[in-house]
Design a protein around this ligand. Sequence first.
Ligand code: GLC
Ligand code: MG
Length: 247
Amino acid sequence: MPQKSVSHLLATDLDGTFVGEGEELRKLLLHFESLEENVTLVYVTGRHLQSAKQLIDEEGLPFPEVLITDVGSALHDFSDSEIGNEWKAKIEEGWEPERVRAAARQIEGLREQELPVSCRVSFFAEDHTCAEELEKALRSSRIPHQFVYSSGRDVDILPLQAGKGKALSYLIQKKKWQDANVLIAGDSGNDLDMLLLPYPAVIVGNCQEELKNVSGDLIYRAKGHCAAGILEGWKHYFSRTDTRLAK
Ligand code: GLC
Ligand code: MG
């Protein structure tokens, strides 16, 4: 399918990043409306599809061009379902959720999250120690996976090829958006791999502990919380001319 050309793209986490400060979000969206260029939205969330759609409804968020859910283990392109299907097939290779569950059953302090999906296995961890124990057990049993720990509570075990960063890179490449001005925004551990991609990124001021010491040439640390932080990051990278980022 021919891909629509995109000049500016915001790829953002939802909870604690795009969502959380309603008035600031309104200002961010007004800023986007004031620009000559269209800003394409991609939401990249830890939530599953129904839960993300419910949040979009409840908060009255603009509907995105693409919704990446389940910490990057599912991809929903509303104009081209093929990309999501290909992503599913790609990450399923070597994915053994039952072995993940069996390893987790040996560890105290982990409670599996009830989810309507099979593309990830997630837990609530009582503390850091049991999360680490699970990571060690999965490694020593050579169970292929990606381990993601966020907010001192959530443990997501994803297929090896999944994650927010990998899913977003795949999307950008498939849609031929490499030359767009991309800003990536996040607040917690499940955003880390996408924040480290070679695109401008912003960590919002209210970020979780695990992102407090993250830095990089293309990482702007905002003072503002949630959407206020995104707007700060946007202006930092793009506003001088609101056209192309000097490369
Ligand atoms: C969201 C999801 C949860 C996940 C967490 C961290 O809260 O609802 O399932 O574990 O993000 O990625
Ligand atoms: Mg978040």
